[in-house]
Design a protein around this ligand. Structure first.
Ligand SMILES: Nc1nc2c(c(=O)[nH]1)N[C@H]1C(S)=C(S)[C@@H](COP(=O)(O)OP(=O)(O)OC[C@H]3O[C@@H](n4cnc5c(=O)[nH]c(N)nc54)[C@H](O)[C@@H]3O)O[C@H]1N2
Ligand SMILES: Nc1nc2c(c(=O)[nH]1)N[C@H]1C(S)=C(S)[C@@H](COP(=O)(O)OP(=O)(O)OC[C@H]3O[C@@H](n4cnc5c(=O)[nH]c(N)nc54)[C@H](O)[C@@H]3O)O[C@H]1N2
Ligand code: SF4
Ligand SMILES: [Mo]
Length: 671
């Protein structure tokens, strides 16, 4: 059969949301490349997605429903038919709803796919059922909450705006791993003479691209920002005209907060030498169009929201929000451009039901009562690997009395614990509508290949469950394409000019958030609210992290890896080989002090758990730090735990977010 070409979209939780061109032969994807016509992708993909066909047609794809036949967690299953699987789930849930209340059922999902339909396909069903609700807070709610305290809902600039900048600060962003295509514009600015500084905790894969690398103590960026504001004032580099016109509370910050952040103190708090603080303040204050690009990592601390709120003050101080290439880019809030109610149907809720913060799944499965969680339904997620406090999560999943269903593409660490496993389609096998959080692109995709084996999409499974439960609302019978049409039919000003014809042809279109020269900010006052009168803490100040008082000597940064995306792509042998062993990185000084050598098997430990890693000794990591990149599967780990056995369920100061980087540990030779 002749090959055909299909447009599609990368479904993963990545700000780039790349456009794909898929070559299909005999119902199989045989090549996946970047779409040269996609304005953000511009042709090339990242190393993870270059061979997406190897994920889609992987020999270990799940192809039939599976029923547990061995002890919990042993991974022993036998294939069963879909009708039997759906029947068993519906019977159990009807019984639980009648005897313990539907709140004893907990859905758990996150970002296996970012498509608006398949990602949200379970909401209407669980609302109608009256199950416990899940607060989806694992990624970056503290970043959004902190940012919004100062800037409200001001839209982000176009991601390419920084092309015109002469100074770009990549702040807590390993773009070479997590925002590969965001670097197009940064490289362009560099070619035009811009300086690029990295402000991070270690010199990762993006460091070689930067002119300067400033390493900060984890969780101290808020103090760094206040110290820079202090220095900008001392150097006479504040933009008083902009502050007077567009900012609320700069005088209060000056009078009440900034005197506490002289360079000597900030150097001690952040670990950044005074001379570097001055150089950075000078470079930032004198730049024509200074631009800050913010990652999410620095918000994953007990003080994360406050850190982001404090960082938002910097561009205000020098009037950068008014400069064409200046300002700051945190993320695009494109989700607001769609009336998701069409899909999620909150109106189907039977009344108030409890909400469980997903970061506290370990607690919810082991301690929460009244009612106890009796059934867990996991889709689009791998909590046994990605959730904090892995030991608590595994204890919960191991409960013999917990009825667990996992809808997955692979037999993940979570699926190993299921009573029933359901096979899921990959993005090439179903329709969806995608939006990006790193650009303003929107794109529609239709299935390019038939489902692998008996795999079904999230939407199809929830519709089958709805039928089995007797739910008859129309949302439970509309196809993905009908729901996409319904989403696009609801008007929104950002979509006014967009061409549905282009969307129908599978091409990316860009939303227009109306970020023009109008300097009205999306806050109640229309100004940047350095002083936010509605918050319990009206002014930014530096707050300590959760782990500040933990006596373990090393801060553990559980950073993203270049070759994987959370626990996705670990299925791929080629990528695992490129990643090498599951490693923890230490500075030579810290390794030497413990008598450890590169390549040793070591135990990293704290009050929550112990994890075996291969040691990598490198001066890219400063003393006082341990870095573990990537979220591995237990199957490929040297011990039986992975990195999240060392991270805690504590939440951020605002937004109920995860605190994946706010941990302290020590390292010893493996006994
Ligand atoms: N290759 C790859 N791509 C990914 C992912 C992945 O795992 N791998 N994950 C995807 C997901 S889910 C998301 S949310 C996005 C973004 O994923 P994020 O995990 O938010 O990654 P980054 O935004 O690059 O930010 C991580 C960086 O923050 C730094 N950092 C940590 N603490 C601090 C601090 O206190 N101060 C400073 N200055 N820096 C700090 C870390 O050292 C690291 O370099 O990327 C997505 N893309
Ligand atoms: N240590 C540490 N832990 C972290 C992070 C970190 O930086 N460090 N990052 C955190 C962040 S930012 C995030 S966002 C979370 C992400 O956590 P998750 O959203 O759980 O992400 P993944 O690990 O990618 O797991 C997604 C799963 O969904 C499955 N899947 C894909 N498509 C579909 C589909 O269409 N249907 C169904 N049913 N399943 C599908 C995939 O096979 C995969 O196993 O992890 C967090 N965990
Ligand atoms: S850069 Fe991100 S969106 Fe693009 S192909 Fe890679 S994972 Fe997908
Ligand atoms: Mo994330």
């Amino acid at each position: 059969m002749a090959a055909t070409l299909h447009r599609s979209v990368c479904p993963y939780d990545c700000p780039d949301a790349c456009g794909l061109v898929v070559r299909v032969e005999d119902d199989r994807a045989i090549e996946v490349t970047g779409d040269p016509e996609h304005p953000f992708t511009r042709g090339a993909l990242c190393p993870k997605m270059n061979r997406y066909q190897d994920t889609v047609h992987h020999p270990e794809r799940l192809t039939t429903p599976l029923l547990r036949v061995g002890p919990k967690g042993a991974g022993e299953f036998r294939p069963i038919a879909w009708d039997e699987a759906i029947g068993r789930i519906a019977d159990r849930w009807r019984d639980l709803a009648a005897t313990r209340g539907a709140e004893s059922i907990l859905p758990y999902s996150y970002a296996g796919t970012m498509g608006l339909i398949q990602r949200n396909a379970g909401h209407a069903f669980f609302h109608r059922l009256g199950a416990s609700r899940l607060d989806r807070t694992i990624c970056s709610p503290a970043k959004s909450a902190g940012w919004a305290l100062a800037l409200g809902d001001t839209p982000a600039p176009h991601p390419d705006a920084c092309r015109q900048s002469d100074l770009i600060l990549l702040w807590g962003l390993n773009a070479a791993a997590t925002n590969v295509h965001g670097l197009h514009a940064v490289r362009e600015a560099k070619r035009n003479g811009a300086q690029v500084w990295l402000i991070d905790t270690y010199a990762h894969a993006t460091a070689p691209l930067c002119d300067r690398v400033v390493l900060v103590k984890p969780g101290s960026d808020g103090a760094l920002a206040l110290g820079l504001l202090h220095l900008l004032d001392a150097m006479g580099l504040a933009d008083e005209t902009f502050l007077e016109r567009h900012v609320l509370g700069h005088a209060d910050l000056r009078a009440r907060i900034l005197p506490d952040y002289p360079p000597e103190r900030v150097a001690a708090l952040t670990g950044v030498p005074e001379a570097t603080l001055r150089e950075l303040a000078e470079a930032y204050g004198r730049a024509r169009d200074p631009h800050v690009r913010l990652g999410n990592g620095l918000s994953r601390y007990g003080n994360g929201a406050m850190t982001l709120r404090t960082l938002a003050c910097l561009p205000a101080w020098v009037g950068a929000y008014a400069k064409p290439g200046g300002g700051a880019f945190a993320s695009t809030s494109t989700g607001g451009a769609f009336s998701m109610q069409v899909v999620t149907r909150e109106d189907l809720l039977p009344g108030p039901v409890r909400t469980i913060n997903m970061n506290r799944l370990g607690w919810a499965l082991t301690e929460l009562d009244d009612p106890k969680v009796a059934s867990l339904y996991v889709y689009n997620a791998n909590p046994a690997a990605v959730n904090p406090d892995q030991n608590a999560v595994l204890r919960g999943l191991a409960r013999e009395d917990l009825f667990t269903v996992v809808h997955e593409r692979f037999l993940t660490d979570t699926a190993q614990f299921a009573d029933l496993v359901l096979p899921a389609t990959s993005s090439l096998e179903h329709s969806d509508l995608y939006r990006s959080y790193g650009s303003y692109c929107v794109q529609r995709a239709r299935a390019a290949v038939p489902p692998v084996g008996e795999a079904k999409s999230n939407l199809e499974v929830f519709q089958r469950l709805a039928r089995a439960m007797g739910f008859t609302e129309d949302v439970f019978s509309r196809s993905a394409d009908e729901l996409i049409d319904a989403l696009l039919a609801e008007p929104h000003p950002w979509r006014d000019g967009i061409s549905t014809e282009r969307l129908d042809r599978g091409l990316a279109v860009e939303l227009d958030p109306g970020t023009g020269s109008d300097l009205r900010f999306g806050t109640p006052s229309g100004r940047i609210e350095i002083l936010n009168p509605r918050d319990a803490e009206p002014l930014p100040r530096f707050l300590p992290t959760h782990s500040a008082t933990d006596p373990h000597p090393l801060q553990l940064i559980t950073a993203p890896a270049v070759q994987s995306l959370n626990s996705t792509f670990i299925e791929r042998e080629d990528l695992r080989r490129r990643m090498g062993a599951m490693a923890v990185q230490l500075n030579p000084e810290e390794a030497g002090a413990r008598g450890l050598r590169d390549g040793d098997l070591v135990t990293v430990f704290n009050g929550l758990g112990e994890v075996t890693f291969t040691l990598k000794v490198t001066d890219k990591v400063p003393p006082g730090l341990a870095v573990a990149e990537g979220v591995w599967w237990r199957r490929f780990a040297p011990g039986d735990r992975t990195v999240n056995a060392l991270t805690s369920q504590r939440l951020t100061d605002r937004g109920g977010g995860s605190t994946f980087y706010d941990n302290r540990v020590d390292v010893r030779a493996m006994a």
